[in-house]
Design a protein around this ligand. Structure first.
Ligand code: SF4
Length: 347
């Protein structure tokens, strides 16, 4: 069915001929949705979409991967992880390489799978690689709650949990030159859109909370184009995002976690940009503190890609030494990574 209002927006976006506008999508799922929907080809050359630091696997530093590898090679210890992280290289190979060398690594689909494993295998210590943003942290809180309730002593998490506001401040201060942000819809569903309203006022840059459908993304880009240079905030994903967010999820997170400093690939340690277990729950921590070191694979430019300083195409290894089947850097491993999505979609 034709939609004249949307057709007009598409036409305006394609024919825009004002000053160059740079818009950052912070969330890896938006990066994937933008590529899948062919959005860049629908825009004028003067509207640049830049991918930001919102792919959890991509921003995880090598010290975390190295520690997980070490744990997987420890007697009676099993490391549990989501699929993407297993292929990301640490200082000396990936978790998949460690598994091939006899490391005990298992992929799971939900952190809650680890409860059954821990109950069924009391002689094995399970360590869940707890990476992610505000969206995922409530699930780790539920995991700890369940482990506590069942008095399971053989389950811990290695945390590299991150939050959005401080890294956005970091990107604005250090990478700069951004005219608007496509605010992450899934994160906002948990935190509430209010945090992005606050950021827009503080930074004087517009934020629009967006859904993940092609039409929603086009409406968001159009709104940002109109708001560029003026600032402001809009929530165009009201079906999922309220201003206050998911109060029960936030309450659960606040029970088990506290704000911490966190190290990001390519950005170093950013104060207040992470979540760590509170001291009273540290018996569930597998050694997450002080994991700050980061060594990118030789020639990899993920650090610059993650802050929008370069496009994936500007990495000399893109599509040559580094492809999804033979990923050299983290941004090509994850389905939410910028390099992966630029390669798959030809963006
Ligand atoms: Fe790193 Fe590969 Fe991306 Fe280059 S193309 S920045 S090597 S992930």
């Amino acid at each position: 069915m034709s939609n004249p209002a949307l057709d007009k927006i598409i036409e305006e976006l394609k024919n825009y001929d004002g000053r160059e506008i740079r818009l950052m999508e912070v969330c890896g799922t938006h990066t994937a949705a933008i590529s899948e929907n062919g959005i860049p080809s629908m825009l004028s050359d003067k509207i640049k979409l830049i991918s930001g630091p919102g792919c959890p696997v991509c921003v995880t530093v090598t010290a975390v991967i190295d520690t997980l590898i070490e744990l997987s090679l420890t007697e009676k210890t099993c490391v549990l992880t989501f699929g993407d992280l297993i292929r990301v290289k640490g200082t000396d190979g990936s978790l998949a390489d460690a598994k091939a060398r006899g490391g005990n690594v298992r992929m799971v689909y939900s952190p809650m799978d680890s409860i059954k494993l821990a109950k069924d295998n009391p002689d094995t210590n399970f360590v869940f690689a707890a990476i992610g943003f505000e969206t995922t942290t409530p699930v780790y809180a539920l995991l700890i709650e369940e482990a506590e309730k069942l008095r399971l002593k053989n389950i811990k998490i290695l945390t590299s949990l991150k939050t959005m506001p401080e890294v956005i401040r970091w990107v604005v201060k250090n990478a700069g030159n951004i005219d608007g942000f496509i605010a992450p819809g899934h994160v906002a569903a948990v935190t509430g859109g209010g945090i992005f309203n606050d950021l827009s006022k503080e930074l004087g840059i517009p934020f629009v909370v967006s859904g993940f459908e092609g039409e929603q993304l086009l409406m968001t880009i159009y709104a940002l184009l109109k708001m560029a240079g003026k600032g402001g905030y809009k929530n165009l994903y009201k079906s999922a995002v309220s201003e206050e967010g998911n109060l029960s999820a936030k309450e659960k997170v606040a029970k088990y976690f506290e704000v911490s400093d966190s190290s990001w690939r390519g950005m170093g340690k950013i104060p207040g940009s992470g979540m760590a277990l509170k001291p009273e729950y540290r018996q569930f921590d597998a050694g997450s503190y002080g994991l700050d070191e980061d060594h990118e694979p030789a020639g990899c430019r993920c650090a610059s890609v993650l802050v929008g300083a370069i496009s994936p195409h500007e990495c000399p290894l893109f599509g040559k030494k580094c492809t999804p089947d033979n990923a050299h850097g983290a941004c090509m491993v994850s389905t939410e990574g910028s390099c992966y999505n630029y390669f798959i979609s030809g963006r």
